[in-house]
Design a protein. Structure first.
Length: 336
């Protein structure tokens, strides 16, 4: 029954699974964490990923498999990883993305046939722990990519936000999947992916839905409406407002950064670091146990030319990831 959904997963490019569970799994049990998690979505992982065409063809792009052994600091210190158990990464903690509301078939509440249950099951069967599930209704993109049955969420201002009943159904799905022996746990962390940086914080209609979930995730790209930083969709003051509101509710906030640009007319050296510094200067919490930084650094547009590694190259993806770990977690590479 699961096999029938494998093809759907690859077509949708849902990029799920990895290693993971609660934030506390990545921290020592006897200490109070002083910072959040740093996560990474490693793409392209290997030659199989080079068949993708998302933001341009991936054929010929550098892969993580080619950089095996060349990112030991990142491998040892990244907290959570998405989509790959075969890399050098030591963590068993992972995060995933999932789109609800693309079709009634995909949203089936029968755990044996549900794609989300399958993805969690497969990961746990390979020794991983599922952590943050970044979930949303991806209507705006899906409806233009052939998913004619996709339905938006309840708010036109941000169609990614789930219905409250959506959350209830997913929670029940976890319980039923656990009862049937398909899932290790009877509940998992649901993080609402949002489009708008502040709507969820400013409209009181959203809060009852978020109260059913563990946090909020905002994607911040260096492309399209997110450009330029100062006046774009994800201008620092707007992001800071949404993040601080989320933290004040006792929820987790995930700053999901990427894809990022490489050498083009808009590029300047270390522009990705400059953006992060601008967010921190504007007040985005850098060291808070509920403030997490996940890097969504897949090849897109000019970003397809950026090398994956080695991590000793500060311009590479693993080089940037290394810098983020050092900044957020306050640790240094002992080999330097």
């Amino acid at each position: 029954m699961f096999n029938a959904l494998n093809f759907a997963a690859s077509v949708l490019g849902l990029s799920l699974i990895v290693v993971g569970t609660l934030s506390s799994f990545a921290q020592a049990d006897t200490t109070q964490p002083t910072h959040g998690l740093v996560g990474l979505r490693p793409l392209p992982r290997n030659d199989n990923d080079l068949k993708a065409n998302h933001g341009g063809p991936w054929a010929g792009c550098p892969t993580y498999e080619q950089q095996k052994g060349n990112y030991p600091f990142v491998a040892a210190n990244i907290d959570t990883v998405m989509g790959w158990q075969q890399g050098d990464f030591k963590t068993k903690l992972g995060f995933s993305e999932y789109y609800w509301g693309l079709s009634a078939e995909r949203d089936t509440l029968d755990p044996k046939d549900n794609l989300l249950v399958k993805l969690i099951h497969d990961w746990e069967a390979n020794g991983g722990e599922m952590g943050d599930i970044l979930i949303c209704r991806e209507y705006d993109l899906a409806i233009h990519r052939g998913h004619k049955d996709a339905k938006p969420g309840p708010f036109k201002e941000d169609t990614r936000i789930l219905y409250g009943d959506d959350v209830d159904r997913v929670r029940q799905l976890f319980k039923d999947g656990h009862a049937q022996g398909l899932l290790k746990h009877d509940n998992y962390r649901l993080i609402q992916m949002v489009q708008h940086p502040t709507f969820f914080a400013d409209d009181p209609r959203v809060k009852p839905i978020l109260d059913k979930m563990e946090g909020v995730c905002l994607e911040v790209h260096q492309f399209n409406r997110h450009w330029p930083l100062e006046t774009g969709w994800s201008a620092p003051e707007k992001v800071v407002h949404g993040a601080k509101w989320t933290l004040a509710q006792g929820k987790d906030y995930i700053f999901y950064f990427g894809p990022i640009i490489w050498k083009c007319k808009e590029y300047h050296e270390f522009i990705e670091r400059d953006w992060m510094e601008a967010y921190w200067k504007a007040g985005l919490p850098k060291h808070d146990p509920h403030m997490h930084y996940y890097l969504n650094l897949f090849p897109n547009g000019t970003g397809r030319g950026r090398p994956v590694g080695p991590e000793t190259d500060p311009h590479s993806i693993t080089g940037f990831t290394k810098w983020m770990i050092e900044q957020v977690k306050g640790i240094d590479d002992p080999n330097e």
